[in-house]
Design a protein around this ligand. Sequence first.
Ligand code: NAD
Length: 253
Amino acid sequence: MIATDLRSGVEQLGDMIAEASAIVPFTGAGISTESGIPDFRSPGGLWTRNQPIPFDEFVASQDARDEAWRRRFAMEATFAAAKPTRGHRALASLYKAGKIPGLITQNIDNLHQASGIKADDVIELHGNTTYARCIGCGKRYDLVWVKDHFDHTKRAPDCTRCEEPIKTATISFGQAMPEAEMRMAVELSRQCDLFLAIGSSLVVWPAAGFPLMAKRAGARLVIINNEPTEQDVHADLVIRFDIGEALSPFVGN
Ligand code: NAD
């Protein structure tokens, strides 16, 4: 059912939250736009400016790796300045109240952890862009180290241990999904009684499969997004309004 106005949507959501014992949020780029980080598919979003670099291209080409890192450093001021939004803070409040056993996110910006949710309880399906890893041995690198190297050599660095390329710790198109995270996301989706899909166009698979998985396992499904999604027809409640406005009533002290 689509909420006809914001107020009735918030009221219905409040009732569902009160009745639920295990809420699993599933978040996309839309929950972070209020912090200044653009999403992918809105007008002016990242997608319209730069087509993503697929994983095989990154592995095969030094030029592609240089370009990937140039783009990442161009975004650094935005990521560094970003603070958790009202949406993040509302979810952190519900987490602290014991309502949320874990949260699934497609986001790579670390803002759920910054809002106070324990890192172990944030299931990152697409990784994290606030640090880097070697794609061969997995050695972790700080972005400051990568930037220093890049500034000196003008080239994307390789691992000091195994000489394979270093990449932000994100999952690119064409890269395998992280197994442990996928397993945990399946468990959370099957065990919750309320699933909240927030700020996702629900077109990136396999991540977009989790709302329906939860619904089929018996959970109520709520979609909060300012544009229609293909999964709205399956939702018990659709709030097609701004996320900050819809979730600010749930921000605790
Ligand atoms: P998407 O860009 O495809 O969809 C975002 C949706 O949120 C859009 O439908 C948009 O209309 C909606 N939206 C934006 N701001 C909103 C607001 N304030 N209120 C209500 N709705 C709002 O994003 P996606 O579904 O997450 O998929 C894109 C992929 O891009 C993900 O895999 C993610 O890893 C990556 N990404 C992440 C970030 C981030 O970490 N912040 C940013 C851009 C892209």
